[in-house]
Ligand binder design. Sequence first.
Ligand SMILES: Cc1cc2nc3c(=O)[nH]c(=O)nc-3n(C[C@H](O)[C@H](O)[C@H](O)COP(=O)(O)OP(=O)(O)OC[C@H]3O[C@@H](n4cnc5c(N)ncnc54)[C@H](O)[C@@H]3O)c2cc1C
Length: 295
Amino acid sequence: MTRSWSNYHTPATVDEALALLQRYGGSARVIGGGTDLLVETRRGLRRPFEAMVDASRIKGLDSISQDDNYIVIGCGVTHTMIVNDSRIIRHGTCLAESCGVIGGPQVRNTGTLAGNVAHALPAGDGTIGLLALGGEVEIAARGGTRWMPAKDTFLGPGKSVIDRQQEVLTRLRFKPTGRSEGSAFHRVMRPQGLCLPIISMAVRLRLDEDNTVGAAGIGMGPVGPVPWFAEPVIAALLGEPASAAQFANAAEVALDNVTLRTSKYRATEEYRKAMIRTYLPMILIRAAQRAGAAR
Ligand SMILES: Cc1cc2nc3c(=O)[nH]c(=O)nc-3n(C[C@H](O)[C@H](O)[C@H](O)COP(=O)(O)OP(=O)(O)OC[C@H]3O[C@@H](n4cnc5c(N)ncnc54)[C@H](O)[C@@H]3O)c2cc1C
C-alpha cells in the first residue's frame, strides 16, 4: 500500500504545530481523524504529503467546554464526543443530531467536527448543524489567531479560507440555545449502501412571546458548491408567525435559491425538491416545538 506521508508528527501545542507546518513549507498537511484525508490520498485523489501534522493530540484541544457565552469544541473532539455531550444535546441539539448520522461508529469515534468543517464539502453533516447554530471557528496562523463565522470559511467544494498546509483550525464555538430557543436536524439518505446525503438540513429558532420567529439560523447541503447558510429563508421567517403556512413558504423560498442537480448517487432533482418541501417544514416545526418547551 502507498504511504500517504513520510513523516507523522503529533505536536503537543499549537505553536509546535505551526512551526512544523512552516518547516515543511507547504508540503505538510494538517490531519484530524484522517477519515477524509487518508481515504482521499489512498484513492490517489491527492498526492501523498511529505508530512502529516496531527492536530487531534494538541493539549487542551481534545475537549468540550462552556464559558459565559459559548460552548467551545476543540479540534481534537470527535463526533462521538459531541453526540454524547449533555450540554450540546440540550443547547445545540441540531449539532448532536447532525454529528450522530456521520458514517458508522468507527468513523464517528475518529472523525472530528474540525475536519468536517475544514474539509469544506457541501454536504458535511456536522458543518450543516454548526451553520444553523451560527457557529464560529478559530484559525491559528503564524501571524496570530482569528475567529470567524464558519459560514464565511467556504470558498467552493473542498476549498476553504483555512490554508490547511499552514494554518490550524483550533476551536469551534456557538452560542448555546436558551429560553424560547430550539434546534433540529434531518438528513434524507438512502437506507442502505453508500450513505451519501440526498439533502441535509438544520434549523435554529427563537420564538417571541407572540409566537413569531424572533431569530433563526438555517444550514442546508448539498444544494450548491458550499454548505449553505440559508439567508433568504431566514429573512422570510423573521417576524412571521411560527405556523405551518409560513414554514411551507420557507421551503419555497429555499427552492427558489438552491441549485439541485440530478445525481445517480443521490437522487433526481425533482425528488430532492420534494424532500425539501417535506422535511424543511418538518424540522422547523420540531425546532419550534423545542423552543416552546424551553419557555
Ligand atoms: C465510511 C465513511 C463515511 C462517512 N460518512 C460521512 C457522513 O455521513 N457525513 C459526513 O459529513 N462525513 C462523512 N464522512 C467524512 C468524514 O468522516 C468527516 O468529514 C469527518 O468529520 C472528517 O474529520 P477528520 O477529523 O477525519 O478529518 P481529516 O480526514 O483528518 O481531514 C479532513 C480535511 O480537513 C483538514 N483538517 C482536519 N483537521 C484540521 C484542523 N484542525 N485544522 C485545519 N485543517 C484540518 C485536513 O487537512 C483535510 O483537508 C465519512 C467518511 C468515511 C470514511
